[in-house]
Design a protein around this ligand. Structure first.
Ligand code: NAD
Length: 503
């Protein structure tokens, strides 16, 4: 990692080929523009200048990709797991070898700070390694004995699948969904988000250069309502793994109904961090700050509601406000930057609208609450206090560096406030009492709860949300359950009496 100027020069060098040739689709191992010949432009969030033109695909391109994925499926599914493991490890090696290129392009495309994106590339490699090592056991099943009968299950890859990803940390999320699909023996059509499509292109190139056969991973760029929709409706695509907004998830469920798509949704969140007076308050404040302000707050598991026991509320809020005010906001390629620009002016307008709503509803701005001078979409890390849980800033996913603090008096009230939102992705609990931790975690409506910790991931553990935050689980063997069909074979072990129907 160099200084800002050398990083920017290097990032521009990596971007040059996309500026020249655009971001093409990759279908059956071939670079292709959209069948329509249309393009859309992306802009860099750091200064809103054009970055690249991107193939604007429609149902024809999706069909070509689905046909390629279907053609590649039998051979890929039949490959021994150990062979898929070897190829996926080679992809991980190639990701690591190009980690700088991935990180720099991700910064330019998403506005995320380099200090986080340099790790995102490595986490992408880790995702491939983790599922590579699981590939040989993907087909394993169970044996179940009954008197006179022996049941044996096995799993088979479901077929070609669609993966639809959002714009916030596109490379890492794409690998999280695609690596287990490939390890399971599925072939993939990937439709990345239109705001930040560049590193998805890099991923398919890296994968093929590492030995992934053509057609096993296909890339189709385009808008959600065109290319995305066509993918969810295509009869050859057996399942859709989707990460994005809750309302898009329900649209996809409706779109996929006619072809009975299996769906897996990782959706939005409004995650509480609950701090009791008996917690280590400095560590709790550090973790709350990290979980809402890292990745620009554009993070599904961000701790966007700070629920603090009344007796320590003012002290904790002061610690968070003081830390928030010191966070450097700047260009994503500057190694000193912690918060970069928001992804797009459209998203910035949404985030800024909550500053207005907060004031109108009577909340207090304890930190930030304003836009920084442009041209990029820079906003200050923001903390609202004096809020109630029925305010828009406490109920709705803002998806920016915006934290809403609410006091509570009792454990029951903490749980009630925490659960009183439509979402249920993650929760964070800070307490010095084991009994309380056991009681409260049992009652929280969240797919994942971290106790006395920020979001520290363990890849074998299940990842996913309840309520409006998602359907299904990723991680460990749960990923294989989604990408595979479980089948049962029952063997008679004794010549049992077969019912005779004749009179
Ligand atoms: P989005 O729902 O707008 O878009 C996500 C993807 O869906 C994009 O590729 C888009 O083109 C596509 N899409 C849009 N409409 C479609 C349609 N009708 N049919 C098929 N595809 C369609 O989400 P976003 O704004 O890109 O991402 C932010 C959201 O993602 C936030 O809500 C965030 O919480 C969520 N997210 C969740 C997780 C998680 O693991 N739970 C992780 C990251 C982000």
């Amino acid at each position: 990692m160099g200084d800002y100027r050398s990083n920017l020069a290097m990032a521009e060098a990596y971007l040059a080929r996309y500026r020249a040739g655009g971001v093409l689709n990759r279908i059956g191992g071939q670079d292709l523009p959209a069948a329509s010949g249309d393009w859309f432009e992306t802009i860099g969030p750091a200064d809103l200048s054009p970055l690249a033109r991107v193939a604007k695909s429609d149902a024809r391109d999706v069909d070509a990709a689905a046909v390629a994925a279907k053609a590649a499926f039998p051979a890929w599914a039949a490959l021994p797991g150990a062979e898929r493991r070897r190829i996926l490890h080679r992809i991980a090696d190639a990701i690591e070898a190009r980690a700088e290129e991935i990180a720099f392009l991700e910064c330019l495309d998403t506005g995320q700070a380099l200090r986080f994106m340099s790790k995102a590339a490595l986490r992408g490699a880790e995702n491939f390694r983790f599922f590579a090592d699981k590939a040989p056991e993907a087909r394993d099943g169970k044996a179940m004995y009954a008197p006179g009968q022996w049941n044996v299950t096995n799993r088979a890859p479901i077929g070609p699948v669609g993966v639809i990803t959002p714009w916030n940390t596109p490379f890492m999320l794409a690998t999280w969904k695609i690596a287990p699909a490939l390890a399971a023996g599925c072939t993939v059509v990937h439709k990345p988000a239109e705001f930040s499509p560049i590193t998805a292109r890099l991923l398919v190139e890296i994968a093929e250069s590492a030995g992934l056969p053509p057609g096993v991973l296909n890339l189709v760029n385009g808008l959600g309502e065109d290319a995305g929709r066509a993918l969810t409706e295509h009869p050859a695509i057996k399942a859709i793994a989707f990460v994005g907004e809750t309302r898009t998830g329900s649209r996809i469920m409706a779109q996929g109904a006619a072809t009975l798509k299996r769906v897996h949704f990782e959706l939005g969140g409004k995650n509480p961090v609950i701090v009791f007076a008996d917690a280590d308050l400095d560590r709790a404040a550090d973790a709350a700050v990290f979980m809402i302000y890292s990745l620009n707050g554009e993070r599904c598991t961000s701790s966007s509601r700070l629920l603090v026991e009344a007796s320590v509320h003012d002290a904790v809020v002061a610690k968070v406000a003081e830390r928030a005010a010191r966070i450097p906001v700047g260009h994503p390629l500057d190694p000193a930057t912690v918060i970069g620009p928001l992804i797009h002016p459209e998203h910035e307008r949404k985030v800024l609208s909550y500053f207005e709503k907060a004031r109108a509803e009577g909340a207090t701005v304890a930190a930030g609450g304003e836009k920084l001078p442009g041209p990029g979409c820079y906003v200050r890390p923001t903390l609202f206090t004096g809020a109630r849980n029925d305010m828009a800033i406490a109920q709705e996913e803002i998806f920016g560096p915006v934290l809403t603090a609410i006091p509570f008096a009792t454990e029951d009230e903490a749980v009630a406030i925490a659960n009183d939102v439509p979402y249920g992705l993650a929760a964070y609990l800070w307490t010095g009492s084991l009994d309380r931790a056991l009681r409260v975690t049992e009652r929280l409506e969240a797919g994942m709860t971290w106790v006395n910790s920020e979001n520290l991931r363990h890849l074998p553990a299940p990842f996913g949300g309840v309520k409006n935050s998602g359907l299904g689980r990723d991680g460990g063997d749960w990923s294989f359950d989604f990408y595979m069909e479980t089948r049962n074979v029952a063997f008679a072990t004794v010549p049992h009496a077969i019912p005779k129907l004749e009179g």
